[in-house]
Design a protein around this ligand. Structure first.
Ligand SMILES: Nc1ncnc2c1ncn2[C@@H]1O[C@H](COP(=O)(O)OP(=O)(O)OP(=O)(O)O)[C@@H](O)[C@H]1O
Ligand SMILES: [Mg+2]
Length: 328
């Protein structure tokens, strides 16, 4: 069944009541429509009904406007874009004001809970990645290293017809070790723990350039704001996804990554390429990289801006909150 707006319902009921009252009053007053005086009285009553309904309509619309505005805000709230709140409107009644305040409180609670649970999921994901990377590095890599050593020892004593085959097997084991270490590094950037964010980013950009044969330039400038562990990881992962997108989609001939300490409160990281570009407003369903970058930026108290257009390259700009400035 089609639902009628509350305002229309109230106006309809008021109209019925006014018409019924006037009708009852004219019956009680025995208005005779056959006489000229009676007709005049009837016309006056009709004009009064019309004026009453018009005034009623205007007043009701004004009274319902705050409710309409609150409903519009409720409809457009998106928890992935926090900070939207319902603002007081002119002529707001006590009930609407209470409803608005409760709605705003509920939004704050939902935003906090969302940030808490999303941060917990990200931390758990990172911890799991670190565990897998450690296992790959400490166990699988060690086992491959042992295989490689035994192959080398066997190759020395083996007859020449087997020695070449053994040397090739040893080369393959060495290659597998390199790939494994690369995988472990992608899973958990140990450079981040060992050397800090800037050297880790510099290494990431250098390895990207070497792997994809795209000239990739890294630069850091300005004050060095202090970032927490979580924020550093966010910056690292966002740059990682931006570079991976460049490798997969951009056809770029050069890439630039810059880290700019704007002031003691924020750090800005920009990844730009001169590739094919795309329309950020029209993304296919199922792609999660950009959404994940945005989510991470938000959880780190920052924001992500993407500027791109077909044929115009892409600029990914991440701003995160800092805890102060690193002493020089
Ligand atoms: N630097 C870029 N240059 C050109 N196109 C890009 C670039 N970055 C993103 N895109 C476009 O935006 C789309 C969405 O990117 P997103 O990272 O969200 O998904 P994806 O890379 O396709 O898949 P995944 O979920 O595995 O990351 C890509 O499919 C691509 O068309
Ligand atoms: Mg992607």
């Amino acid at each position: 069944m089609r639902k009628t707006p509350l305002l229309s319902q109230v106006l309809a009921v008021n109209t019925l009541l006014v018409v019924a009252t006037v009708f009852a009053a004219s019956v009680a007053a025995q208005v005779d429509l056959g006489e000229a005086a009676g007709t005049r009285q009837f016309l006056v009553l009709l004009a009064a009904i019309f004026a009453t309904l018009l005034a009623n309509n205007l007043v009701m619309r004004r009274r319902f406007a705050p409710l309409e505005s609150l409903t519009r805000t409720m409809e457009c709230v998106d928890l992935t874009v926090p900070g939207v709140r319902a603002h007081p409107s002119d002529g707001e009644s006590v009930d609407i004001s209470r409803m608005r305040e409760s709605f705003n409180r509920m939004l704050s609670r939902l935003e906090q809970e969302r940030v808490g649970s999303a941060t917990a999921v990200l931390r758990a994901q990172e911890a799991e990645r670190a565990r897998v990377a450690r296992d790959l590095h400490d166990e699988v890599n060690q086992a491959l290293a042992a295989v490689s050593l035994r192959l080398a020892a066997t190759a020395e004593q083996a007859p020449p017809e087997f020695a070449r085959e053994l040397a090739e097997t040893q080369r393959l084991a060495g290659q597998a070790m390199q790939e494994l270490l690369g995988l472990a590094r992608e899973l958990r950037p140990s450079a981040l723990d060992d050397h800090g964010l800037l050297p880790a980013l510099r290494t990431q950009v250098r390895l990207f350039g070497e792997r994809w044969a795209i000239p990739a330039h890294f630069a850091a400038d300005g004050p060095r704001p202090l970032l927490g562990d979580f924020e550093q990881l966010v910056v690292y992962r966002v740059v990682q996804e931006a570079l991976s997108n460049i490798a997969r989609h951009a056809n770029a001939s050069k890439v630039k990554v810059t880290v700019l300490g704007c002031n003691s409160t924020h750090l800005k990281v920009t990844v730009s390429d001169d590739g094919d570009g795309f329309n950020p407003g029209r993304l296919r369903d199922g792609s999660s990289g950009l959404a994940g970058m945005r989510e991470r930026a938000l959880l780190a108290g920052g924001r992500l801006d993407i500027t791109s257009a077909p044929g115009d390259g892409t600029i990914v700009e991440l701003t995160v909150r800092a805890r102060g400035v690193r002493a020089a």
